[in-house]
Design a protein around this ligand. Structure first.
Ligand SMILES: Cc1cc2nc3c(=O)[nH]c(=O)nc-3n(C[C@H](O)[C@H](O)[C@H](O)COP(=O)(O)OP(=O)(O)OC[C@H]3O[C@@H](n4cnc5c(N)ncnc54)[C@H](O)[C@@H]3O)c2cc1C
Length: 332
């Protein structure tokens, strides 16, 4: 369904969908607010954080939201994408946001495509850049395409709201300002809004992968040069000394040396650690897009001319099987 310019003008404000787990607001929410803040300022509109099935807290305002729109109640047990999508559809119909941003997490990826279909809005997944066309109000949604070889900028000029997902650790959260406050709007899921929605009877946690790359401060990552799982045990000893976790390139994951949740990059996780130590990773674009925003990058490689060695703040040329144990020993 195409939208006319007159209809477009009835859509206002930038919404983010707060990511919650066990009732707690997850850090990616603040990154979404940071991205939304710039867009709302460019449009002269406000940032609203939509909280479904949980309660808002002051941190939403401290990080830059002007308003929290809350739908909560006894029907929201665990994560139920069908119920949450029904709630969000109701809110969108009522308040007509111009832009809706959601985290590209397992939860966001289950929720937001349902909403995009039901509101006939379209959706751009995994954006790495967001800007506004000042003439039209179109959201310029930039994301890697064709295996990361080009960056595509996508508009949904004929539809509102404009919807995009953003991976964790891609956008920057603003510095929190505890003196900021905002308004809270409470809504209910209308009766009969999702008559056939599934019911969550019980939430059973899966086996732990033992790695949380998204929240790590330090990652020691290994590539094809590790030669096998034993190489990753060597990296784990260094990571433990640094209070960090182990990451990997896709080449190492595909070889079966380490599990997929450790993979960094375009088809793995995007990370933004203070320290990233790349051991025998050449730095192909698909890996770099997942870690290039890390604070300090140390690369260890026999070849001084790889893209990773060029990107690194500290590039150490040599055999990682000598350097990594020496570094681990030096740390005591
Ligand atoms: C659609 C698509 C998606 C992809 N997604 C991802 C992704 O999410 N993540 C990802 O990582 N890749 C991804 N890839 C793969 C990517 O293109 C590269 O193939 C991969 O990153 C290469 O891994 P590597 O750097 O470990 O291996 P290589 O490129 O083989 O690099 C190995 C490095 O180790 C060095 N070396 C060897 N021995 C030693 C030693 N003893 N000491 C020190 N250095 C040594 C070599 O000099 C070399 O620089 C994707 C590819 C495609 C097409």
């Amino acid at each position: 369904m195409r939208i006319t310019d007159a209809d477009k003008s009835s859509y206002k404000n930038v919404w983010i969908i707060a990511e919650t787990a066990g009732g707690e607001i997850r850090p990616v929410t603040y990154e979404l607010i940071g991205a939304a803040r710039g867009l709302a300022d460019a449009r002269g509109s406000i940032v609203a954080a939509v909280v479904i099935g949980a309660e808002p807290d002051a941190s939403l305002f401290a990080y830059g939201a002007d308003q929290a729109v809350v739908v909560n109640g006894s029907e929201f047990v665990g994560f139920n994408d069908e119920l949450e999508a029904a709630a969000l559809n109701h809110l969108i119909e009522k308040y007509k946001p111009e832009i809706v941003l959601c985290a590209a997490t397992a939860r966001g990826r289950a929720l937001i495509p349902r909403v995009a279909v039901q509101t006939v809005s379209g959706l751009t997944a995994d954006c790495t850049g967001l800007a506004i066309d000042p003439q039209t109000g179109d959201l310029l949604q930039t994301r890697p395409a064709f295996g990361g070889n080009i960056m595509a900028t996508i508009r949904t000029s004929n539809h509102r709201p404009q919807m995009a997902t953003v991976r964790p650790n891609v956008m920057k959260a603003l510095a929190p300002d505890p003196s900021r406050t905002g308004g809270i709007v409470r809504e209910r899921l209308p009766d009969g809004a999702a008559p056939n929605a599934k019911r969550v009877i019980e939430t059973v946690r899966g086996g732990e992968t033992g790695v949380n790359l998204a929240d790590a401060k330090t990652i020691v990552s290994g590539g094809r040069a590790m030669k096998g799982p034993e190489g990753f045990e060597m990296l784990k000893r260094l990571a433990d000394k640094l209070g960090g976790v182990v990451g990997a390139s896709r080449a190492a994951v595909d070889a079966g040396w380490i599990a997929y949740p450790h993979q960094v990059g375009q088809t793995g996780q995007t990370v933004q650690t203070s320290l990233y130590i790349a051991c025998g990773i050449s730095g192909q674009i698909q890996h770099l897009v997942g870690m290039q925003s890390c604070g300090c990058v140390v690369a260890i490689d026999k070849n001084p001319d790889t893209p990773m060695m060029k990107l690194a703040d500290i590039a150490v040329t040599g055999d990682l099987f000598e350097i990594v144990p020496a570094l681990t020993r030096a740390l005591g």
